[in-house]
Design a protein around this ligand. Structure first.
Ligand SMILES: [Zn+2]
Ligand SMILES: [Zn+2]
Ligand SMILES: [Zn+2]
Length: 356
């Protein structure tokens, strides 16, 4: 299957073959477009009760933990002086914890193309039965929310033909010697003489055996791998994709939202089902709005060309602490955020070569 190649246009199956396989009328050599799934969207699930706040607070950071995170941040940058992290005096710490909403939409899409492979005795089953339509072909789905691809030879679409590259001979002329089996001797340049005697390399013949083809002048055809015949068939490409989109609620701390991509928070809510219903009951209105907007957007966008298999939504509370400190009399700021205690700072001594 993996050796199946895209069918080159000049030797693609005749036009009437395209139309003879019901459900594959649009299939062309070189890959057709994505096939819309035949199943319409089912109505969304009835409203669910909003999540019940359990323990939504995050214990605030201690000064020791903040200072420790800042020190390892400074030491991870080879050119940063350790002085601000070691000698800085914390004056205040403010929490700016914020919510992150994440929507995942797991889809399956299918496309078809004419393909071929070297013929190795497979049954030529073209039209012995009606071929299953693209969305009727059995495919093995991976576990939910993981990306995966599968290529499947569609049953009852296979036929055998002579290889178009070698015209059924199984061989092609050797590139190295252009089919001669011999090349001009490189020592005497084909003259057969060397230092006014016979060339010792080629015994005066002026010719040198081609080692690439063992003097045969031919090599195995790469299209049919020497089998002389090809199996042509419709190949179905099945692709499972997890589409992930986040919305982080504004938090006005001065920390850029992009910084939060690499950290995790405390998980407050998580659910998955075939088609999600928005978290309209969520106490933070920005999360309820993001949930509503993203779910509508994903459901309309991904049902056009693929089949939605499952959706999952997660709400996390991400800890953010703004730490104000003084170093050499001047006020400075750094942020400690995420379960990972990541640090972001406009560091006041970024080059240890400059002694301030
Ligand atoms: Zn050769
Ligand atoms: Zn020679
Ligand atoms: Zn061939």
């Amino acid at each position: 299957m993996s050796s199946a190649a895209v069918y080159p246009p000049p030797t693609a199956p005749p036009a009437n073959m395209f139309n003879s396989v019901p459900g594959y009328e649009g299939t062309v050599a070189g890959g057709g477009g994505y096939l819309p799934p035949p199943m319409p969207l089912e109505p969304v699930a009835p409203p669910q009760p909003g999540p019940v706040p359990d323990n939504w607070s995050i214990p605030s950071l201690t000064e020791d933990v903040a200072r420790g995170a800042f020190k390892s941040f400074a030491s991870s940058h080879c050119c940063y002086s350790s002085s601000p992290a070691e000698d800085g005096v914390i004056t205040s710490m403010e929490p700016y914890n914020t919510f992150r909403y994440r929507l995942e939409t797991f889809t399956e899409s299918r496309s078809t193309e004419w393909a071929h492979k070297p013929y190795e005795g497979e049954p030529a089953d073209f039209y012995t039965q009606t071929a299953p339509r693209p969305w009727e072909v059995q495919a093995t789905a991976p576990s939910l929310f993981t990306n995966h691809k599968q290529e499947i030879r569609v049953p009852f679409t296979s036929s055998i033909k002579d290889c178009h590259t070698c015209h059924g001979t199984g061989t092609m002329p050797c590139d190295e010697c252009h089919g001669d089996g011999y090349k001009s001797c490189w020592v005497c340049n084909g003259s057969g003489t060397q230092n006014s005697g016979a060339c010792s390399r080629c015994d005066g013949t002026g010719r040198d055996r081609c080692t690439r083809c063992d003097a045969q002048g031919t090599k195995k055809c790469t299209t049919c791998e020497g089998k002389r015949q090809l199996l042509t068939f419709i190949q179905l490409k099945v692709e499972w994709t997890n589409h992930v989109e986040d919305h982080v609620v504004e938090q006005n701390s001065g920390l850029k939202v992009d910084e939060l991509q690499s950290v995790s928070g405390k998980e407050l809510f998580k659910n998955n089902q075939y088609l999600l219903y928005p978290l309209l009951g969520f106490p933070n209105p920005a999360i309820a709005e993001a949930s509503d907007r993203l779910i509508k957007d994903h459901q309309s966008r991904y049902s056009q060309t693929s089949r939605i298999l499952q959706q999952r939504q997660t709400v996390e509370l991400i800890p953010i602490t703004k730490v104000n400190y003084k170093w050499k009399g001047d006020p400075h700021v750094y942020f400690v955020y995420g379960n990972e205690h990541q640090v972001s700072a406009d560091y006041p001594a970024t080059c240890c070569c400059v002694i301030q």
